[in-house]
Design a binder for this molecule. Structure first.
Ligand SMILES: *Cc1c(COP(=O)(O)O)cnc(C)c1O
Ligand SMILES: [Zn+2]
Length: 420
């Protein structure tokens, strides 16, 4: 099992014992998110990379990595099966992008249909370990659905959710279906986030807020672990991730980082973060060389609701993930994000929500700008299922012919069709 060595502030480097702090660095405040650190030498000694791959064959979910997660071996974990999502290679996608090889990893296959299940599953496992019954989060939708769904799978737990009242209908419906208590805050996600945090501190609820709770990164690192293992410890040159608060890209990086520290991975892929040009705080900071702790709130207005964040909560880690790997941040307009939805679906068969399809639009941008080279292999992390936001998807397509209910009418239509 992975015993936590300490929690280290990403800004000042102060080190805390696990019981000493729960959320962010008391000295640096909210931007001072914490790295969960382990004794890597001891882990490397007690675990064997190839034995892990073989012995955990049955466990086709994130718990195959339990020895690398901050849980006791006997820890009870929620029953829904999170992670071990499929990776597909697509020659057509590679050709379209102008790269040597292209892959997609379909996170929409998770139980609540987004990447966020990875963090929520670990947070709920830790809450169970500590006997906590009420967990709350602010969310643009997917983190909330993940928490609500995973908590619904465990008896006796209560999820309390803060969402901006503008969250897509389907996402709010999903929360209510799972039986969560839902506060629809009549303001932005950023405001809902602060209200959630304050309420958790006042009420003593466990707060899952992205980035602020250091274990969200630990849950999300399972994607990095999986990519490494699915590629037989020789991952693609570049991984492209859409970015809002920056917790996914930080988590993917942390997974690779842990493996590298243990000597299981020789090379970490370059990470390319994609934002909408309507919500591009991290692109701006990266281009201008502004440190995470000095970032100021920027406008956040994008139809890709899952990556709308004026002041990304995990900004310090998110910038580090890109700089440490020699990657880049790119911005794409909303029109390109929308266009990416049907194009990606037709190239790969994977239907992605706007924020997920943004990875495809961003990969195109990164190839154009020389951040991805034609001789490289690229993996797009498709973070959420297209059914999460059907209304937006419907805006990108037309067609469908009304037809009278008889065979003559059908035959007439068929003769007019051009089948490949
Ligand atoms: C949350 C989310 C993102 C962005 O993750 P951050 O940690 O906020 O950067 C991207 N895509 C989808 C579908 C999401 O739900
Ligand atoms: Zn600090």
């Amino acid at each position: 099992m992975a015993t936590i060595k300490d929690l280290q502030c990403v800004i000042c480097g102060r080190s805390y014992r696990p019981q000493e702090v729960q959320y962010t660095c008391p000295v640096c405040g909210e931007a001072g998110t914490l790295d969960v650190r382990y004794d890597y030498a001891a882990l490397a000694q007690s675990l064997d990379r190839d034995a892990l791959s073989h012995s955990q064959q049955e466990e086709r979910n994130i718990w195959r990595y339990k020895p690398l997660l901050p849980l006791r071996p006997e820890a009870v974990v929620p029953p829904l099966s999170v992670g071990w999502t499929p990776v597909y290679e697509s020659a057509r996608l590679a050709e379209r992008l102008g790269v040597r090889q292209a892959f997609v990893k379909d996170e929409g296959r998770n139980p609540t249909a987004s990447f966020k299940d990875r963090a929520s599953a670990l947070i709920v496992a830790r809450a169970l370990e500590q006997g906590v019954r009420v967990v709350s989060t602010a969310s643009t939708g997917n983190a909330a659905a993940a928490l609500a769904g995973i908590m619904a799978s465990v008896p006796g737990m209560t999820a309390i959710i803060f969402v901006p009242a503008t969250a897509p209908e389907a996402k709010i419906a999903q929360l209510l279906v799972y039986g969560a208590h839902v506060f629809m805050v009549e303001d932005s996600y950023d405001v809902a986030f602060d209200l959630c945090m304050q309420t958790c501190l006042e009420q003593g609820w466990y707060c899952r807020n992205t980035g602020v709770n250091p274990f969200t990164t630990e849950g999300k690192k399972t994607a990095g672990l999986e990519i490494a293992e699915q590629f037989a410890w020789n991952p693609p040159d570049v991984v492209v991730v859409s970015v809002g608060d920056g917790n996914i890209i930080s988590g993917v990086y942390k997974g690779f980082y842990d493996l590298q520290q243990m000597g299981w991975l020789q090379r970490i892929p370059r990470l390319i973060g994609v934002q909408s040009s309507g919500s591009m705080a991290l692109v701006h900071a990266w281009e201008q060389g502004i440190a995470g702790q000095d970032m100021q709130p920027m406008p956040a207005d994008t139809l890709a609701d899952s990556i709308s964040a004026g002041l990304p909560r995990d900004r310090v880690k998110a910038l580090r993930a890109v700089t440490a790997t020699g990657g880049a941040y790119v911005a794409v307009p909303d029109a390109a994000i929308l266009a990416a939805i049907p194009e990606l679906a037709r190239l790969t068969g994977v239907f992605a929500e706007p924020a997920a399809a943004a990875a495809f639009a961003g990969a195109q941008r990164a190839v154009e700008s020389g951040h991805i080279h034609p001789d490289e292999s690229v993996l797009l992390l498709l973070t959420g299922n297209g059914l999460k936001d059907v209304r937006r998807a419907a805006q990108t397509v037309s067609g469908g012919v009304r037809v009278a209910p008889d065979m003559n009418a059908i035959r007439q239509l068929v003769t007019k069709m051009e089948l490949v």
